[in-house]
Design a protein around this ligand. Structure first.
Ligand code: NAG
Ligand code: NAG
Ligand code: NAG
Ligand code: NAG
Length: 269
C-alpha cells in the first residue's frame, strides 16, 4: 500500500477524531507522514511534537503582539486546560527532536480549552473534514463561545529572540482517558528584544499522562472516570482562567501531586 493511503486510513480509523492545532500551521499538516489527531504516545507519537518536523513555510509571528491559535477537531473530551510555548531547540540530526528540548511557557489557559459545552458528555457533531480528512466541528470564531471550537489570540512576549523557533500547543483533556496532546508549528519571530534572562525565566511546560519514559516526568492527572481541569503547577505570568480547576475526587496512584489545589488560582497579569 502506498504511504498516502496508509496515512488517510489512519486518520479515518480514529472514530472521534480528537483535535489538532491548525494555526499556526503545524509540522506535517499536509506533508507525509500526516500529523495525526492522537495524543502523544511513546511508541507512535513521541514527545515532543510526535517527533515531526517537515514543513514548507514558517508562520511569521510578531513579538509584542497577539497571534491567532486555531484548531480543527472531532472529539473535544469536554475541553480541558492547555499551554502555549516556544522552543529555540531545533529538530536536527538523524533522530529528529531531542527529548530534552526546552519548551518555555508563554501562556496558560485553565479550563475551556478549546471548548465549553452545555452538555460536555457529547462531542460536537462532525461538521466538515479538512483537506487531509481530519474531522472538524462547529467553530466559535472567538475565545468565549459555547458548544463550538474556540480560537485564541495568544500574546507573544516582546522579550523573545528573533528568528526561527517552534511554537507548541499542549492540551490536557477534561473527560475520558487522561492524555497529553502536543502539536508544534515552525514560526519565525520578528520584533523581539531578545532578553535571554526573561526567556530563561519562563517556566517549562507541564508534562503528564505520558507513558513510562526515564527521560520524562510520568505522573497522571486522573483516571478515565475522573473529571479533571488541570491547575498548572507553573503556569507563568500570562494566561486565562476560563473554567475553575477540577481535581479528581480520589487521587489515583501516580497522580501529579505538584498540581496546586483548585482554590490556589494563579494571578495572571
Ligand atoms: C538535547 O537538548 C539539550 C537541551 O537543549 C542539549 O543540552 C543536548 O545537548 C541535546 N542533545 C543532543 C543529542 O542534541
Ligand atoms: C463568540 O462566538 C459565539 C458563537 O459563535 C457567539 O454567540 C458570541 O456572541 C461570540 N462572543 C463574542 C464576545 O464575540
Ligand atoms: C479556524 O479553523 C477552522 C477550520 O479550518 C476555520 O473554519 C475557521 O474559520 C478558523 N477560525 C479562525 C478564527 O480563523
Ligand atoms: C524571518 O523573518 C525575517 C524578517 O522578515 C527574514 O529576514 C528572515 O529571512 C526570516 N527567517 C526565516 C528562517 O524564515
Amino acid at each position: 500500500m502506498q504511504a498516502a493511503s496508509v496515512a488517510v486510513l489512519l486518520l479515518l480509523g480514529e472514530t472521534g477524531g480528537h483535535m489538532i492545532m491548525n494555526t499556526p500551521k503545524p509540522y506535517n499538516l499536509d506533508i507525509q507522514p500526516f500529523l495525526q489527531v492522537d495524543p502523544m504516545s511513546g511508541d507512535h507519537y513521541p514527545f515532543p511534537c510526535h517527533n515531526q518536523y517537515s514543513f514548507a513555510t514558517r508562520t511569521p509571528v510578531e513579538a509584542g503582539h497577539a497571534t491567532l491559535v486555531n484548531f480543527t477537531g472531532g472529539a473535544q473530551h469536554g475541553g480541558g486546560s492547555c499551554q502555549f510555548s516556544i522552543t529555540y531547540d531545533e529538530p536536527v540530526g538523524g533522530g529528529g527532536w531531542n527529548k530534552s528540548a526546552k519548551f518555555k511557557t508563554i501562556y496558560s489557559i485553565i479550563g475551556g480549552c478549546p471548548a465549553v459545552f452545555t452538555d460536555e458528555t457529547h462531542n460536537l457533531a462532525p461538521a466538515a473534514k479538512d483537506p487531509s480528512m481530519r474531522e472538524d466541528g462547529k467553530h466559535c470564531g472567538n475565545d468565549s463561545g459555547i458548544d463550538c471550537i474556540r480560537s485564541f489570540m495568544i500574546s507573544i512576549p516582546k522579550f523573545l529572540r528573533n528568528g526561527p523557533a517552534t511554537f507548541a500547543w499542549t492540551w490536557f483533556n477534561k473527560l475520558g482517558n487522561k492524555e497529553m496532546y502536543m502539536n508544534c508549528a515552525p514560526i519565525n519571530i520578528t520584533g523581539g528584544t531578545g532578553d535571554e534572562k526573561q526567556i530563561e525565566d519562563l517556566p517549562d511546560i507541564f508534562v503528564a499522562n505520558y507513558p513510562n519514559d526515564p527521560e520524562l516526568p510520568t505522573c497522571i492527572t486522573g483516571t478515565h472516570n475522573d473529571k479533571v481541569v488541570v491547575n498548572f503547577p507553573n503556569p507563568g505570568k500570562y494566561g486565562l482562567i476560563l473554567q475553575g480547576p477540577v481535581e479528581p475526587v480520589n487521587k489515583p496512584s501516580g497522580y501529579c501531586t505538584q498540581i496546586p489545589k483548585p482554590s490556589a488560582l494563579p494571578a495572571f497579569e
